[in-house]
Design a protein around this ligand. Structure first.
Ligand SMILES: [Zn+2]
Length: 495
Protein backbone atom coordinates (compact mmCIF):
# COMPACT_ATOMS: atom_id res chain seq x y z
CA UNK A 1 0.00 0.00 0.00
CA UNK A 2 1.38 3.40 -0.99
CA UNK A 3 -1.53 5.10 0.69
CA UNK A 4 -2.35 4.52 4.37
CA UNK A 5 -5.47 2.67 3.21
CA UNK A 6 -6.60 0.05 0.70
CA UNK A 7 -9.46 0.81 -1.68
CA UNK A 8 -12.06 -1.98 -1.94
CA UNK A 9 -14.57 -1.75 -4.80
CA UNK A 10 -17.31 -3.95 -6.22
CA UNK A 11 -19.12 -2.88 -9.38
CA UNK A 12 -22.72 -3.47 -10.37
CA UNK A 13 -23.11 -3.08 -14.09
CA UNK A 14 -26.41 -2.95 -15.98
CA UNK A 15 -26.23 -3.56 -19.70
CA UNK A 16 -29.11 -3.29 -22.09
CA UNK A 17 -29.36 -6.42 -24.24
CA UNK A 18 -29.45 -6.02 -28.03
CA UNK A 19 -32.94 -7.41 -28.55
CA UNK A 20 -35.43 -5.93 -30.99
CA UNK A 21 -38.25 -6.17 -28.44
CA UNK A 22 -38.73 -5.86 -24.68
CA UNK A 23 -38.26 -8.61 -22.08
CA UNK A 24 -41.91 -9.60 -21.59
CA UNK A 25 -43.83 -7.97 -24.46
CA UNK A 26 -43.35 -7.26 -28.16
CA UNK A 27 -42.78 -3.48 -27.88
CA UNK A 28 -39.73 -2.16 -29.73
CA UNK A 29 -36.59 -0.93 -27.90
CA UNK A 30 -35.37 1.74 -30.37
CA UNK A 31 -33.38 4.47 -28.61
CA UNK A 32 -34.61 8.05 -29.08
CA UNK A 33 -38.17 7.23 -30.23
CA UNK A 34 -40.87 9.83 -29.30
CA UNK A 35 -41.83 9.51 -25.60
CA UNK A 36 -44.39 6.80 -24.78
CA UNK A 37 -44.55 5.57 -28.40
CA UNK A 38 -43.13 2.11 -27.59
CA UNK A 39 -45.55 0.88 -24.93
CA UNK A 40 -48.40 -1.63 -24.55
CA UNK A 41 -50.70 -2.81 -21.74
CA UNK A 42 -48.05 -5.33 -20.57
CA UNK A 43 -45.18 -2.89 -20.05
CA UNK A 44 -47.60 -0.20 -18.84
CA UNK A 45 -48.52 -2.59 -16.03
CA UNK A 46 -52.24 -2.89 -16.72
CA UNK A 47 -54.06 -5.43 -14.56
CA UNK A 48 -54.84 -8.83 -16.09
CA UNK A 49 -52.11 -8.88 -18.75
CA UNK A 50 -49.74 -11.84 -19.15
CA UNK A 51 -45.99 -11.32 -19.68
CA UNK A 52 -44.11 -13.86 -21.83
CA UNK A 53 -40.32 -14.17 -21.66
CA UNK A 54 -38.30 -12.99 -24.69
CA UNK A 55 -36.25 -16.05 -25.74
CA UNK A 56 -33.60 -13.93 -27.48
CA UNK A 57 -32.97 -11.93 -24.28
CA UNK A 58 -32.38 -15.13 -22.37
CA UNK A 59 -29.99 -16.41 -25.07
CA UNK A 60 -28.00 -13.15 -24.98
CA UNK A 61 -27.83 -13.35 -21.20
CA UNK A 62 -26.53 -16.90 -21.51
CA UNK A 63 -23.84 -15.80 -23.97
CA UNK A 64 -22.62 -13.10 -21.60
CA UNK A 65 -22.67 -15.38 -18.56
CA UNK A 66 -20.67 -18.10 -20.33
CA UNK A 67 -18.16 -15.57 -21.67
CA UNK A 68 -17.77 -14.42 -18.05
CA UNK A 69 -17.00 -18.02 -17.01
CA UNK A 70 -20.17 -18.23 -14.89
CA UNK A 71 -21.92 -21.36 -13.67
CA UNK A 72 -25.37 -21.69 -15.24
CA UNK A 73 -28.34 -22.68 -13.10
CA UNK A 74 -30.35 -25.45 -14.75
CA UNK A 75 -33.48 -24.09 -13.07
CA UNK A 76 -34.11 -20.36 -12.78
CA UNK A 77 -37.16 -18.28 -11.96
CA UNK A 78 -38.48 -14.73 -11.97
CA UNK A 79 -39.24 -12.59 -8.91
CA UNK A 80 -41.10 -9.38 -8.28
CA UNK A 81 -39.08 -6.65 -6.60
CA UNK A 82 -41.68 -4.39 -5.06
CA UNK A 83 -41.19 -0.66 -4.90
CA UNK A 84 -43.09 2.42 -5.93
CA UNK A 85 -41.65 4.90 -8.42
CA UNK A 86 -43.44 7.24 -10.84
CA UNK A 87 -41.56 5.60 -13.73
CA UNK A 88 -42.58 2.07 -12.65
CA UNK A 89 -46.36 1.86 -13.17
CA UNK A 90 -46.60 -1.82 -12.10
CA UNK A 91 -45.12 -0.92 -8.69
CA UNK A 92 -42.77 -3.84 -9.04
CA UNK A 93 -39.87 -4.78 -11.27
CA UNK A 94 -39.48 -8.31 -12.62
CA UNK A 95 -36.00 -9.48 -11.67
CA UNK A 96 -34.23 -12.57 -10.34
CA UNK A 97 -33.63 -12.78 -6.62
CA UNK A 98 -32.59 -16.06 -5.01
CA UNK A 99 -32.16 -18.14 -8.17
CA UNK A 100 -30.25 -16.04 -10.71
CA UNK A 101 -29.65 -17.85 -13.99
CA UNK A 102 -25.85 -17.55 -13.57
CA UNK A 103 -23.30 -17.13 -10.74
CA UNK A 104 -19.66 -17.61 -9.69
CA UNK A 105 -17.73 -16.40 -12.73
CA UNK A 106 -14.73 -14.16 -13.36
CA UNK A 107 -13.17 -11.71 -15.79
CA UNK A 108 -9.39 -11.43 -16.22
CA UNK A 109 -8.05 -7.92 -16.79
CA UNK A 110 -4.57 -6.64 -17.71
CA UNK A 111 -3.59 -3.72 -15.49
CA UNK A 112 -0.36 -1.74 -15.38
CA UNK A 113 0.71 -3.96 -12.46
CA UNK A 114 -0.03 -7.23 -14.26
CA UNK A 115 -2.95 -9.55 -14.84
CA UNK A 116 -5.78 -9.62 -12.27
CA UNK A 117 -8.83 -11.84 -11.91
CA UNK A 118 -12.05 -10.09 -10.88
CA UNK A 119 -14.69 -12.44 -9.52
CA UNK A 120 -18.31 -12.23 -10.69
CA UNK A 121 -20.85 -13.00 -7.95
CA UNK A 122 -23.83 -13.29 -10.29
CA UNK A 123 -25.35 -12.15 -13.56
CA UNK A 124 -29.12 -12.03 -13.75
CA UNK A 125 -31.84 -10.72 -16.04
CA UNK A 126 -34.34 -8.03 -15.15
CA UNK A 127 -36.52 -5.41 -16.77
CA UNK A 128 -35.68 -1.70 -16.87
CA UNK A 129 -37.88 1.08 -15.46
CA UNK A 130 -39.04 4.16 -17.39
CA UNK A 131 -37.53 7.61 -17.24
CA UNK A 132 -38.76 10.63 -15.28
CA UNK A 133 -38.04 13.96 -16.90
CA UNK A 134 -38.07 16.87 -14.51
CA UNK A 135 -38.24 20.51 -15.46
CA UNK A 136 -34.84 21.80 -14.44
CA UNK A 137 -35.37 25.42 -15.44
CA UNK A 138 -36.31 26.32 -11.85
CA UNK A 139 -39.54 27.90 -13.11
CA UNK A 140 -41.71 25.20 -11.61
CA UNK A 141 -42.59 23.33 -14.80
CA UNK A 142 -44.20 19.89 -14.78
CA UNK A 143 -42.34 16.61 -14.41
CA UNK A 144 -43.06 14.14 -17.19
CA UNK A 145 -42.56 10.43 -17.58
CA UNK A 146 -41.43 8.43 -20.63
CA UNK A 147 -42.22 4.73 -20.39
CA UNK A 148 -40.47 3.63 -23.60
CA UNK A 149 -37.67 2.09 -21.55
CA UNK A 150 -40.02 0.21 -19.21
CA UNK A 151 -39.55 -3.51 -19.68
CA UNK A 152 -36.34 -3.25 -21.72
CA UNK A 153 -34.15 -6.31 -20.99
CA UNK A 154 -31.18 -5.68 -18.74
CA UNK A 155 -28.38 -7.94 -17.63
CA UNK A 156 -27.06 -7.05 -14.18
CA UNK A 157 -23.49 -8.17 -13.62
CA UNK A 158 -22.31 -7.98 -10.00
CA UNK A 159 -18.58 -8.22 -9.37
CA UNK A 160 -16.97 -9.39 -6.17
CA UNK A 161 -15.22 -6.61 -4.19
CA UNK A 162 -11.97 -7.62 -5.92
CA UNK A 163 -11.25 -4.21 -7.44
CA UNK A 164 -8.42 -2.41 -5.65
CA UNK A 165 -8.06 0.94 -7.41
CA UNK A 166 -9.74 3.43 -9.69
CA UNK A 167 -7.52 2.15 -12.51
CA UNK A 168 -8.65 -1.46 -11.91
CA UNK A 169 -12.27 -0.34 -12.10
CA UNK A 170 -11.77 1.49 -15.40
CA UNK A 171 -9.85 -1.44 -16.89
CA UNK A 172 -12.55 -3.89 -15.77
CA UNK A 173 -15.27 -1.78 -17.39
CA UNK A 174 -13.33 -1.39 -20.63
CA UNK A 175 -12.71 -5.13 -20.79
CA UNK A 176 -16.35 -5.92 -20.00
CA UNK A 177 -17.56 -3.49 -22.67
CA UNK A 178 -15.20 -4.95 -25.27
CA UNK A 179 -16.26 -8.51 -24.42
CA UNK A 180 -20.01 -7.81 -24.54
CA UNK A 181 -19.69 -5.95 -27.84
CA UNK A 182 -17.57 -8.69 -29.40
CA UNK A 183 -20.05 -11.44 -28.57
CA UNK A 184 -23.01 -9.33 -29.75
CA UNK A 185 -24.76 -9.02 -26.38
CA UNK A 186 -24.96 -5.23 -26.02
CA UNK A 187 -23.73 -2.11 -27.81
CA UNK A 188 -22.69 -0.79 -24.36
CA UNK A 189 -23.23 2.85 -25.37
CA UNK A 190 -22.90 4.68 -22.06
CA UNK A 191 -24.30 7.95 -23.44
CA UNK A 192 -27.49 6.13 -24.43
CA UNK A 193 -27.66 4.36 -21.08
CA UNK A 194 -27.06 0.87 -22.47
CA UNK A 195 -24.24 0.44 -19.96
CA UNK A 196 -24.73 1.87 -16.47
CA UNK A 197 -22.52 1.36 -13.48
CA UNK A 198 -22.90 1.64 -9.71
CA UNK A 199 -19.77 1.41 -7.58
CA UNK A 200 -19.71 0.08 -4.02
CA UNK A 201 -16.71 1.71 -2.39
CA UNK A 202 -15.09 1.46 1.01
CA UNK A 203 -11.57 1.47 2.37
CA UNK A 204 -9.57 -0.63 4.82
CA UNK A 205 -7.30 1.40 7.08
CA UNK A 206 -4.38 0.06 9.07
CA UNK A 207 -4.07 2.04 12.29
CA UNK A 208 -2.49 1.78 15.71
CA UNK A 209 -4.69 1.49 18.79
CA UNK A 210 -4.17 0.42 22.40
CA UNK A 211 -4.43 -3.18 21.18
CA UNK A 212 -1.68 -2.70 18.61
CA UNK A 213 -2.21 -2.62 14.86
CA UNK A 214 -5.80 -2.92 13.73
CA UNK A 215 -7.71 -2.67 10.49
CA UNK A 216 -10.82 -0.52 10.32
CA UNK A 217 -13.30 -0.78 7.45
CA UNK A 218 -15.37 2.25 6.51
CA UNK A 219 -19.07 1.68 5.74
CA UNK A 220 -19.97 1.01 2.11
CA UNK A 221 -21.03 3.88 -0.09
CA UNK A 222 -22.86 2.96 -3.27
CA UNK A 223 -22.25 5.59 -5.94
CA UNK A 224 -25.03 5.83 -8.53
CA UNK A 225 -25.42 7.59 -11.87
CA UNK A 226 -21.95 6.99 -13.21
CA UNK A 227 -22.31 7.57 -16.92
CA UNK A 228 -18.77 7.30 -18.24
CA UNK A 229 -15.83 5.04 -17.51
CA UNK A 230 -13.74 8.09 -16.60
CA UNK A 231 -16.29 9.27 -14.05
CA UNK A 232 -16.30 5.82 -12.41
CA UNK A 233 -12.55 6.21 -11.82
CA UNK A 234 -12.84 9.79 -10.57
CA UNK A 235 -15.75 8.97 -8.26
CA UNK A 236 -13.88 6.03 -6.67
CA UNK A 237 -10.75 8.11 -6.11
CA UNK A 238 -12.73 10.99 -4.60
CA UNK A 239 -14.82 8.73 -2.38
CA UNK A 240 -11.78 6.84 -1.04
CA UNK A 241 -10.07 10.09 -0.07
CA UNK A 242 -13.27 11.45 1.47
CA UNK A 243 -13.75 8.29 3.55
CA UNK A 244 -10.18 8.44 4.79
CA UNK A 245 -10.58 12.07 5.89
CA UNK A 246 -13.85 11.24 7.66
CA UNK A 247 -12.17 8.33 9.46
CA UNK A 248 -9.28 10.49 10.64
CA UNK A 249 -11.69 13.03 12.15
CA UNK A 250 -13.46 10.40 14.24
CA UNK A 251 -11.70 7.01 14.27
CA UNK A 252 -13.66 5.64 17.24
CA UNK A 253 -16.91 5.71 15.30
CA UNK A 254 -15.56 3.20 12.80
CA UNK A 255 -14.45 0.49 15.18
CA UNK A 256 -17.72 -1.27 15.80
CA UNK A 257 -19.32 -1.22 12.37
CA UNK A 258 -22.20 0.98 13.59
CA UNK A 259 -22.32 3.16 10.51
CA UNK A 260 -24.86 2.33 7.80
CA UNK A 261 -24.39 1.74 4.12
CA UNK A 262 -25.41 4.83 2.14
CA UNK A 263 -26.23 5.70 -1.43
CA UNK A 264 -24.56 8.67 -3.08
CA UNK A 265 -24.75 10.42 -6.43
CA UNK A 266 -21.76 11.57 -8.43
CA UNK A 267 -21.68 15.22 -9.39
CA UNK A 268 -19.36 15.33 -12.38
CA UNK A 269 -19.30 19.13 -12.62
CA UNK A 270 -18.24 19.57 -9.00
CA UNK A 271 -16.13 16.40 -8.96
CA UNK A 272 -17.68 15.10 -5.74
CA UNK A 273 -20.09 12.51 -4.36
CA UNK A 274 -23.28 13.60 -2.58
CA UNK A 275 -24.97 11.33 -0.05
CA UNK A 276 -28.61 10.65 -0.98
CA UNK A 277 -30.13 8.15 1.46
CA UNK A 278 -29.49 5.12 3.57
CA UNK A 279 -29.57 2.04 1.40
CA UNK A 280 -32.57 -0.31 1.44
CA UNK A 281 -31.78 -3.93 2.14
CA UNK A 282 -33.35 -6.83 0.24
CA UNK A 283 -36.05 -7.24 2.94
CA UNK A 284 -37.39 -3.76 2.11
CA UNK A 285 -38.32 -4.91 -1.38
CA UNK A 286 -40.57 -7.82 -0.31
CA UNK A 287 -39.42 -10.06 -3.14
CA UNK A 288 -41.71 -12.91 -4.14
CA UNK A 289 -41.85 -15.26 -7.17
CA UNK A 290 -43.76 -13.89 -10.15
CA UNK A 291 -46.85 -16.10 -10.52
CA UNK A 292 -47.35 -15.15 -14.19
CA UNK A 293 -44.02 -16.40 -15.55
CA UNK A 294 -42.88 -19.99 -15.90
CA UNK A 295 -39.46 -20.92 -14.55
CA UNK A 296 -36.73 -21.49 -17.15
CA UNK A 297 -34.88 -24.79 -17.52
CA UNK A 298 -31.49 -24.76 -19.25
CA UNK A 299 -30.03 -28.00 -20.58
CA UNK A 300 -26.36 -29.00 -20.82
CA UNK A 301 -26.72 -29.20 -24.62
CA UNK A 302 -27.95 -25.58 -24.79
CA UNK A 303 -24.95 -24.47 -22.75
CA UNK A 304 -22.52 -26.37 -25.00
CA UNK A 305 -24.13 -24.89 -28.09
CA UNK A 306 -23.79 -21.32 -26.81
CA UNK A 307 -20.18 -21.95 -25.72
CA UNK A 308 -19.29 -23.17 -29.21
CA UNK A 309 -20.82 -20.07 -30.80
CA UNK A 310 -18.86 -17.56 -28.68
CA UNK A 311 -15.69 -17.60 -30.78
CA UNK A 312 -12.34 -16.33 -29.52
CA UNK A 313 -12.72 -13.94 -26.58
CA UNK A 314 -10.52 -10.83 -26.16
CA UNK A 315 -8.39 -12.32 -23.34
CA UNK A 316 -7.73 -15.46 -25.42
CA UNK A 317 -6.85 -13.26 -28.37
CA UNK A 318 -4.33 -11.27 -26.32
CA UNK A 319 -2.63 -14.46 -25.18
CA UNK A 320 -2.46 -15.80 -28.73
CA UNK A 321 -1.02 -12.56 -30.17
CA UNK A 322 1.75 -12.58 -27.56
CA UNK A 323 2.78 -16.13 -28.52
CA UNK A 324 4.59 -17.30 -31.68
CA UNK A 325 4.30 -16.66 -34.58
CA UNK A 326 3.19 -13.11 -33.69
CA UNK A 327 5.16 -12.58 -30.47
CA UNK A 328 3.73 -9.09 -29.89
CA UNK A 329 4.36 -7.20 -26.65
CA UNK A 330 1.58 -7.24 -24.05
CA UNK A 331 0.95 -3.58 -24.86
CA UNK A 332 0.64 -4.10 -28.63
CA UNK A 333 -1.61 -7.13 -28.13
CA UNK A 334 -3.85 -5.07 -25.83
CA UNK A 335 -4.07 -2.16 -28.28
CA UNK A 336 -4.98 -4.40 -31.24
CA UNK A 337 -7.47 -6.54 -29.33
CA UNK A 338 -9.09 -3.38 -27.97
CA UNK A 339 -10.12 -2.51 -31.54
CA UNK A 340 -12.17 -5.68 -31.91
CA UNK A 341 -12.08 -8.98 -33.76
CA UNK A 342 -12.22 -7.51 -37.27
CA UNK A 343 -9.08 -5.47 -36.57
CA UNK A 344 -7.26 -8.53 -35.22
CA UNK A 345 -8.22 -10.53 -38.33
CA UNK A 346 -6.93 -7.71 -40.57
CA UNK A 347 -3.69 -7.56 -38.57
CA UNK A 348 -3.15 -11.31 -38.88
CA UNK A 349 -3.49 -11.15 -42.64
CA UNK A 350 -1.01 -8.27 -42.95
CA UNK A 351 1.39 -9.98 -40.53
CA UNK A 352 1.34 -13.24 -42.49
CA UNK A 353 2.32 -11.40 -45.70
CA UNK A 354 4.91 -9.11 -44.09
CA UNK A 355 5.96 -9.44 -40.43
CA UNK A 356 4.01 -8.98 -37.17
CA UNK A 357 5.97 -6.06 -35.71
CA UNK A 358 5.81 -3.94 -38.90
CA UNK A 359 2.16 -4.86 -39.39
CA UNK A 360 1.34 -3.74 -35.85
CA UNK A 361 3.30 -0.50 -36.23
CA UNK A 362 1.56 0.36 -39.49
CA UNK A 363 -1.83 -0.26 -37.95
CA UNK A 364 -1.24 1.74 -34.78
CA UNK A 365 0.73 4.58 -36.43
CA UNK A 366 -1.19 5.07 -39.68
CA UNK A 367 -4.31 2.98 -40.15
CA UNK A 368 -5.96 3.84 -36.80
CA UNK A 369 -5.57 7.57 -37.56
CA UNK A 370 -6.91 7.15 -41.12
CA UNK A 371 -9.95 5.25 -39.86
CA UNK A 372 -10.70 7.97 -37.34
CA UNK A 373 -10.28 10.71 -39.94
CA UNK A 374 -12.55 8.91 -42.40
CA UNK A 375 -15.02 7.68 -39.75
CA UNK A 376 -14.67 4.18 -41.12
CA UNK A 377 -14.54 0.69 -39.67
CA UNK A 378 -11.68 -1.57 -40.71
CA UNK A 379 -13.92 -3.67 -42.98
CA UNK A 380 -14.78 -0.54 -45.00
CA UNK A 381 -11.14 0.61 -45.28
CA UNK A 382 -10.06 0.83 -48.95
CA UNK A 383 -6.50 -0.46 -48.36
CA UNK A 384 -7.11 -4.16 -47.85
CA UNK A 385 -4.76 -6.33 -45.82
CA UNK A 386 -2.88 -7.85 -48.81
CA UNK A 387 -2.14 -4.36 -50.16
CA UNK A 388 -0.79 -3.10 -46.84
CA UNK A 389 1.31 -6.27 -46.54
CA UNK A 390 2.68 -5.61 -50.02
CA UNK A 391 3.54 -2.00 -49.14
CA UNK A 392 5.48 -3.16 -46.08
CA UNK A 393 7.38 -5.73 -48.16
CA UNK A 394 8.17 -3.29 -50.98
CA UNK A 395 9.34 -0.77 -48.43
CA UNK A 396 11.77 -3.28 -46.95
CA UNK A 397 13.01 -4.57 -50.29
CA UNK A 398 13.55 -1.18 -51.86
CA UNK A 399 14.88 0.38 -48.68
CA UNK A 400 12.17 3.05 -48.84
CA UNK A 401 12.32 5.31 -45.84
CA UNK A 402 9.40 5.85 -43.51
CA UNK A 403 8.38 9.32 -44.78
CA UNK A 404 8.43 8.14 -48.40
CA UNK A 405 6.50 5.01 -47.46
CA UNK A 406 3.90 7.24 -45.87
CA UNK A 407 3.56 9.13 -49.18
CA UNK A 408 3.01 5.80 -50.93
CA UNK A 409 0.40 4.86 -48.33
CA UNK A 410 -1.42 8.19 -48.72
CA UNK A 411 -1.46 7.78 -52.50
CA UNK A 412 -2.83 4.24 -52.16
CA UNK A 413 -5.54 5.55 -49.89
CA UNK A 414 -6.48 8.61 -51.98
CA UNK A 415 -6.40 6.93 -55.40
CA UNK A 416 -7.25 3.36 -54.50
CA UNK A 417 -4.16 1.92 -56.22
CA UNK A 418 -1.86 -0.89 -55.09
CA UNK A 419 1.58 -0.35 -53.56
CA UNK A 420 3.60 -1.09 -56.72
CA UNK A 421 1.54 1.37 -58.82
CA UNK A 422 1.81 4.09 -56.19
CA UNK A 423 5.60 3.62 -55.93
CA UNK A 424 5.90 3.77 -59.73
CA UNK A 425 3.75 6.86 -60.08
CA UNK A 426 5.63 8.68 -57.34
CA UNK A 427 8.87 7.85 -59.14
CA UNK A 428 10.29 6.12 -56.09
CA UNK A 429 12.57 3.87 -58.14
CA UNK A 430 14.96 1.68 -56.25
CA UNK A 431 18.65 2.13 -56.89
CA UNK A 432 20.24 -1.09 -58.03
CA UNK A 433 24.00 -1.65 -57.66
CA UNK A 434 24.82 -0.27 -61.12
CA UNK A 435 22.99 2.99 -60.50
CA UNK A 436 24.54 3.25 -57.05
CA UNK A 437 28.04 2.63 -58.42
CA UNK A 438 27.55 5.45 -60.95
CA UNK A 439 26.63 7.84 -58.17
CA UNK A 440 29.47 6.60 -55.94
CA UNK A 441 32.09 7.06 -58.66
CA UNK A 442 30.84 10.58 -59.38
CA UNK A 443 30.90 11.42 -55.70
CA UNK A 444 34.47 10.14 -55.39
CA UNK A 445 35.47 12.31 -58.40
CA UNK A 446 33.92 15.37 -56.80
CA UNK A 447 35.52 14.76 -53.41
CA UNK A 448 39.08 13.73 -54.27
CA UNK A 449 40.60 15.47 -51.30
CA UNK A 450 38.23 13.87 -48.82
CA UNK A 451 38.97 10.40 -50.23
CA UNK A 452 42.75 10.99 -49.93
CA UNK A 453 42.29 12.23 -46.35
CA UNK A 454 40.43 9.03 -45.58
CA UNK A 455 43.21 6.97 -47.10
CA UNK A 456 45.68 8.80 -44.83
CA UNK A 457 43.69 7.59 -41.84
CA UNK A 458 41.01 10.25 -41.29
CA UNK A 459 38.03 7.94 -40.95
CA UNK A 460 35.55 10.79 -40.73
CA UNK A 461 36.52 12.22 -44.13
CA UNK A 462 34.50 9.57 -45.94
CA UNK A 463 31.23 10.71 -44.33
CA UNK A 464 31.16 13.60 -46.76
CA UNK A 465 31.31 11.30 -49.78
CA UNK A 466 28.70 9.01 -48.26
CA UNK A 467 26.42 11.98 -47.60
CA UNK A 468 26.71 13.15 -51.21
CA UNK A 469 25.58 9.72 -52.49
CA UNK A 470 22.71 9.56 -50.01
CA UNK A 471 21.50 12.98 -51.13
CA UNK A 472 21.60 11.94 -54.78
CA UNK A 473 19.36 8.92 -54.09
CA UNK A 474 16.80 11.21 -52.43
CA UNK A 475 16.23 8.69 -49.68
CA UNK A 476 15.69 5.78 -52.08
CA UNK A 477 19.07 4.08 -51.62
CA UNK A 478 19.76 1.59 -48.86
CA UNK A 479 22.40 3.13 -46.58
CA UNK A 480 24.05 -0.20 -45.71
CA UNK A 481 24.48 -1.14 -49.38
CA UNK A 482 25.83 2.32 -50.27
CA UNK A 483 28.37 2.14 -47.45
CA UNK A 484 29.53 -1.31 -48.55
CA UNK A 485 29.93 -0.34 -52.24
CA UNK A 486 31.64 2.93 -51.32
CA UNK A 487 34.23 1.13 -49.17
CA UNK A 488 34.90 -1.34 -51.99
CA UNK A 489 35.42 1.48 -54.51
CA UNK A 490 37.68 3.47 -52.20
CA UNK A 491 39.75 0.36 -51.53
CA UNK A 492 40.57 0.21 -55.25
CA UNK A 493 42.08 3.71 -55.17
CA UNK A 494 45.87 4.00 -54.57
CA UNK A 495 46.83 6.36 -51.78
ZN1 LIG B 1 -44.97 -3.41 -24.16
Amino acid sequence: MNTPYQIIVGLEVHVQLMTKTKLFCSCKTVFGAPPNSQVCPICLGMPGVLPVMNEQAFQLGLRAALALNCQIANFTKWDRKNYYYPDLPKNYQISQYDLPFSYEGYLDIDTSSGSRRIGIIRAHLEEDAGKSMHDESGRGGDSKVDLNRTGTPLLEIVSKPDIRSAEDAETYLRELRLLLREIGVSDCEMQEGSLRCDANVNIHILYSSDNGEEIAATPLVEIKNLNSIGSVGRAIQYEAERQYEAFQKDPKNYRFGKLLKTTAGWNEARGMTQVQRHKEEAADYRYFPDPDLVPVVVTAEQIEEVKRSLGELPSQQRTRLQAAPFSLSAYDAQVLTGQGRKMVAYFEEVAKISDPKSACNWLTNEVFASLKERSEEIDQFPIRAPQLGELINEMKQLGIKREKARDVYQKMLAENVDAKTAIDQLGYKPFDDNLLLDLIRKAIEGNRKAVLDYKKGNEKALDRVFGTVMRETKGMGRPDRIKQLLLEEVAKIEA
